[in-house]
Design a protein around this ligand. Sequence first.
Ligand SMILES: Cc1cc2nc3c(=O)[nH]c(=O)nc-3n(C[C@H](O)[C@H](O)[C@H](O)COP(=O)(O)OP(=O)(O)OC[C@H]3O[C@@H](n4cnc5c(N)ncnc54)[C@H](O)[C@@H]3O)c2cc1C
Length: 407
Amino acid sequence: MKKVDVLVIGAGAAGCFSAIRASESFKEAKITILERSSKALAKVKISGGGRCNVTNVISEPAELSKHYPRGERFLKKAFYQFSSNDMKAWLEQRNIPLKLYPDGCYFPVSNDSQTIIDCFLNEIRKNGIELLLNQRVESVRKLDSGMFEVTTPEMVFQAAKVILTTGGQPKISGFELLKSFDLKIVAPVPSLFTFNMPDESVKELMGIVQENASVKIVGQKWSSNGPLLITHWGMSGPAVLKCSAFGARILEEKQYRSKIAVNWTGEESQETVRETIRDFVQSNKLVANSPLYEIKTRLWNYLTEKAGIPAQFKCSELTAKHQNKLLEVLMNDLYSMEGKTTFKEEFVTAGGIDLNEIHVQTMESKKYPGLFFAGEVMDIDGVTGGFNFQAAWTTAAIAGKHVLQNN
Ligand SMILES: Cc1cc2nc3c(=O)[nH]c(=O)nc-3n(C[C@H](O)[C@H](O)[C@H](O)COP(=O)(O)OP(=O)(O)OC[C@H]3O[C@@H](n4cnc5c(N)ncnc54)[C@H](O)[C@@H]3O)c2cc1C
């Protein structure tokens, strides 16, 4: 049996960072990380297409927290302790400069996720943290002494404190190791996926991007904005991924069959679009040569045909009925979603440890003092853009800072 001060379970982004932050705050502490696989930081390696979208330029807590379908209110408070600018500064202090892209995403200047991994592994070594690979934790329980007993098939550990950072679990069985605790777990469902539309002819326009579209699940009040990409199986792009994240639970309930409404104009006000159409009908040009809202010609022709406008029509020939139909197709264009495809670049699981179980100031369990959480194991997930890693960095920084505070 091995005794340590802090045992971190899982050597992903949250696990490694919480261990490093704990050793920075508590220099004498004996800290061990247990990882079930043969490599630490495996997801960091493949993240952002091998380049690792480390974080986002947004750092103001209220603004940043809006990018989390699950965990917004919790994270807003957490970001006051450690936000994206803190992570950027931490990396830069370790000679890892980041490059800002026009969409607000930060990547390492090296454009290689290995840079982040090397930095973390170096800090782990430098701070004397023990990293044990191929150690799958099977159970965690609290002893009468107040210590935690953690077992893997080969080893038994006793730890004063435990930080659980086992990441997103696609199935509820992924929380088996916690069965001795009475913790509420929100059932996992996938997030960040693209929409399959097998019966929609719009697929024939694959490759077309509408830069400023908005996407809505019919019946819901909210919509998601951003670029929309038409693919050979349906629709993808940031607007669709964001919609899948905010609608993760609703879409799961609907078995991924739903009506989706696309607003190709990016405009919220019907009156503004109606005004644009009124100006449009003043023109003597062909409708086909006069796309509105920077819609690509092929898509424009598809939409005007859907609005029942004959191909050879001039703008000035549109009747009031045509104008109404065009408005509807531009702003509330309906498609049938039937199934989903997991986005290959980035996917996360919604669900996990219920945030009501956790003190946001410390990341400690409310019911089981000494047990801390960080990262995607909690019921937190974000949209694409470096937000998922930022949630991991923030919660890990807080857990690491407080883990031995009351010793
Ligand atoms: C392909 C892909 C690309 C992504 N790209 C980005 C990106 O560019 N930017 C971004 O912000 N987010 C990205 N994400 C999301 C991001 O990777 C996750 O949100 C983040 O890794 C979560 O960190 P974590 O430490 O909580 O969990 P993880 O990184 O999943 O780490 C959990 C660790 O715990 C270990 N573990 C699990 N169970 C046990 C056990 N019983 N015993 C011991 N060890 C265990 C696992 O093996 C794993 O190493 C991407 C995700 C994927 C899948």
